[in-house]
Write a protein of this length. Sequence first.
Lengths: 275, 287
Amino acid sequence: MIPRRAVGGSWWGEFEFKPRETRYWQLGPFSLWVQRTPAEFRVTTGSGVDLDQTALRVGETWSESIPEGHELVRYSVGEAEQGLEIVPLMADRSIIVKSDTTFIVPPGRTVMAYVSSPLWMRAQLLEPKRVLHEEPMLRPSDTWWGPSTLEGELCYAIRTSVRYDLDNLPLRPHRAVSAVWVVNQAKTPLQLDRIRLPIPNLSLFSDTNGRLWTEAVTLVRGQDDDLASVRLEKSPPVEAGPCAKVVGPRFEPEKNLLIRAFAGLLGQRKDRGWF
Amino acid sequence: MVLNKFLHDMGLSGLVTGAQLADFFRALLILGVGLLLARLLSTLAWRVAGSRLGKQESMLVRRFVFYGLVVLLVAVTLHRLGFQLSVLLGAAGILTVAIGFASQTSASNLISGLFLIAERPFVVGDIISVDGATGEVLSVDLLSVKLRTYDNLYVRIPNETIIKTRINNLTHFPLRRVDVKIGVAYKEDLAHVRAVLMKVAEINPLCLEEPPPLFIFMGFGDSALEMQFSVWGMRTNYLELLNTVHMEIKAAFDLEGIEIPFPHRTLYAGSATGPLPIRVVEERTDQ
């Protein structure tokens, strides 16, 4: 049952399967069963109702029958393939973080907040590494990020309490934490009700407790508009303690990234003309 | 020599000379090989254009190259057969006037096709709804537009019709809105109904969080409080969103005990008369 190579209290790594063995993962609200039959890997997944669940069970042998009502996908593989690697991944689109409460950064101020975003799970064969299965552990809602319905970009939306204290942040295996610095160099206040984070450009790191972190992100608003220059730091913030890199970004970030990072700037929301 | 002998054997030596027959075969050869070359070149042009231009533009390039070469080939073949092209073109001018009168519809379609290509209200691959037919645009030609409808019918719509009538292009913008018309019973609390609907939109991952869902009160209906609930989604998810939103609203209303009423009729006899007499008839049972 012990994974061949897993880090700290983590749920990812390489796992060996005996013939006809079923292993089970419970990662917050997300359940995963992987069954090895003579010619197949059978992957069954399911989602719970409580999205803030923190339960963690890693690759345990499952001797009962898999509960019905979950989605099963069968992958045909050779007999020699006895192992699988389970990898956490960041989302495949940018994420719009919507705060539960309105927060305003006055001109000239800098704030740091912790934001947690849902992760994707990937199961891949060991040698050569071939992706078998990938899906979100918690499917965020779609959202549109742009000035009108004619132009913009499809993103994911998450509603979260933006936290300023690490102690208030629960350890949830299906989410990764990003430390976001917001620097308001403009002359007008910045309303932080929605922030866009370039999630596919971020790597994943694990601290000693098995919590997943991304690099710290700094958003600098220089002008009186909703554009921000984005700086991705080299590592998670010092508050995370010693961290080991787990997986790289989905897409390599561009240098000098300038994105439309803020929305809901004071007095601008009504001009959008969604009707 | 061989041809002359062949003509002599066939008894045609007085009608056609060997040289004329050789010219005829040469012209046929030019036409055959030329047509083959025209097809090859137009396919080549289509491939080259396809890598740089859109689907529709590359299709147009292919057609222009092919028909241009065919016109050239016909001219060369006629010249080889001994026709005077200047005389033919003069005759063609007179013929064009006659044909023009006879084929006004085709000419109108042709002109409309040119306008359509220039205006580009849709391109190959778009889903359009025109003249009662909805389907994917297969090609935009000089005379007509061809559609494949969702039930797999091939529909040809003349360009003139398209220019004159209203076209709905369903795939022009990236987002679409699903409008759900709902009626709830008069006893329901509208604020609660609104909250339930907003929760449905929040939970459905295909329903966009921004632009936000719309709740519009439409009026006091005959049997229900009428409202419209509109949610936004990606156009690629339109059908799935349409189905899931309706199913989830019904499930949420059932869970919350919100009544979707059917038409009611209240009989009222007026104030001048007494109430309607009602007699309860019991079912008889045999003794």
